[in-house]
Design a protein around this ligand. Structure first.
Ligand SMILES: Cc1ncc(COP(=O)(O)O)c(C=O)c1O
Length: 390
């Protein structure tokens, strides 16, 4: 149960619902961002980020910077690529397209490989592209929130290491960190950019990223300065290192209240084995997907191995409009999200099942979401197609 005032269950694929302790930790008196108490909280938070990414590499560098998830794309584009260098972007939806757009904005020479809608680009095609041209970085969206497609980072990274060992593998983990398996060192990743407001369960406003020692070396060997001021890793790295060493320093004022929320959320996440957290998200996701199929509806991510555990994006039945069903769900105190990927935006809705909504059975969010979905569809006039045995 939650002690929060009654409100509709926010079952969008982010922002997600808060745990009470996370919410309460933001109600913290104002404090100096360079005072000893806050240095300890922020320093510990950065060390927790290493654990969240299952990394023990002391040369890897965590960054927590005020901004939304999109800031992660800017960090990569302004620091790890120089104008005119080649970037290969694997896209599984709206957010892959956005990452490509951001890289181009900073002058990278971008090649995009798009998966089919509801699928992901396949390894032979990616391998052919990497063999054809030298790429400084490859980016991949772990979970594209517009389609619910999951990418297989482990096999992808193993292939990149074989075919083009120098190419940095950078992951958009905004909708995966905290709910999908992600073994940074073991898989040999070079960077993950994420945010607090999805499976981590914090309010929006924090860009959370993690770069390997190798990526930081590539950054150090730039010929030109970083092409952003606020987003310069040159400015932020000493600040992050100082916080982790409890030393006061300043580049731009952090938000102590958001850092308190993140610290509380990470303390809760790390109190249990990460594998257990990923498994629970997978079980909830399976349950939602089963119920959606049972209703006779089609999931956007077609193959089971491509289906994310963070959310379920599914097509609405013929004749049921998004503008019709979302208010009916909201009347039942459930908030889902409409479509986002331009090719299917008017045809699908998205049910987010991350964080406390997936993990705390006392909230009853998942069953309530599914019951409300059934009732709202019926109210829209939808009847499940009859099978031969029904
Ligand atoms: C996969 C992915 N990448 C990037 C972003 C951008 O994050 P933000 O909206 O916090 O800027 C989102 C937001 O939903 C996302 O889902």
């Amino acid at each position: 149960m939650s002690s929060q005032p009654e409100h509709p269950a926010l079952l969008m694929p982010g922002p997600t619902e808060f745990d009470d302790a996370v919410l309460q930790s933001m109600s913290h008196h104002s404090e100096s961002h360079i005072g000893p108490d806050f240095l300890a909280t922020f320093g510990e938070t950065l060390t927790q980020i290493r654990k969240l990414f299952q990394s023990t590499d002391p040369a890897a560098q965590p960054f927590v910077i005020s901004g939304s998830g999109t800031l992660g794309w800017d960090l990569v584009s302004a620091n790890l690529v120089e104008a005119g260098e080649n970037a290969l972007v694997l896209s599984t939806g709206y957010f892959g397209e956005g990452f490509a757009d951001c890289l181009s904005t900073y002058g990278a020479n971008v090649t995009r490989i798009d998966g089919p809608i509801g699928g992901r680009p396949q390894l032979p095609e990616i391998e052919a592209a990497l063999s054809d041209k030298k790429y400084k970085i490859l980016t991949v969206t772990h979970v594209d929130t517009s389609t619910g497609v999951l990418s297989d980072l482990k096999s992808l990274t193993a292939m990149v290491r074989k075919v083009s060992p120098e190419t940095l593998v950078i992951v958009d983990g905004v909708c995966s960190v905290g709910c999908e398996e992600l073994a940074f060192d073991e898989w040999g990743l070079d960077g993950v950019v994420s945010a607090g407001q999805k499976a981590i369960g914090c309010p929006p406003g924090l860009s959370i990223s993690f770069f390997s020692g190798r990526a930081m070396q590539v950054f150090d060997s730039r010929k030109t300065p970083p092409s952003s001021y606020f987003g310069s890793l040159k400015k932020w790295r000493p600040i992050m290192q100082n916080y982790e060493n409890r030393k006061p320093s300043y580049f731009a004022t952090p938000s102590p209240q958001l850092i308190h929320a993140l610290h509380t959320a990470l303390t809760q996440i790390l109190a249990r084995p990460l594998a257990e957290r990923f498994q629970k998200h997978a079980e909830v996701s399976d349950k939602v997907k089963e119920a959606v199929r049972e209703l006779g509806l089609e999931i956007v991510a077609t193959k089971p191995e491509d289906q994310a555990h963070a959310l379920t994006a599914f097509y609405l039945p013929e004749g049921v409009a998004i503008s019709d069903i979302l208010p009916k769900l909201e009347n039942r105190k459930v908030i889902f999200a409409g479509g986002l990927h331009k090719a299917i935006a008017s045809k699908c809705i998205r049910f987010g099942h991350m964080g406390v909504s997936a993990l705390d059975p006392n909230r009853n969010h998942i069953d309530h979401g599914l019951q409300s979905l059934r009732a709202a569809l019926a109210e829209c006039g939808y009847q499940k197609p009859r099978t031969r045995d029904s």
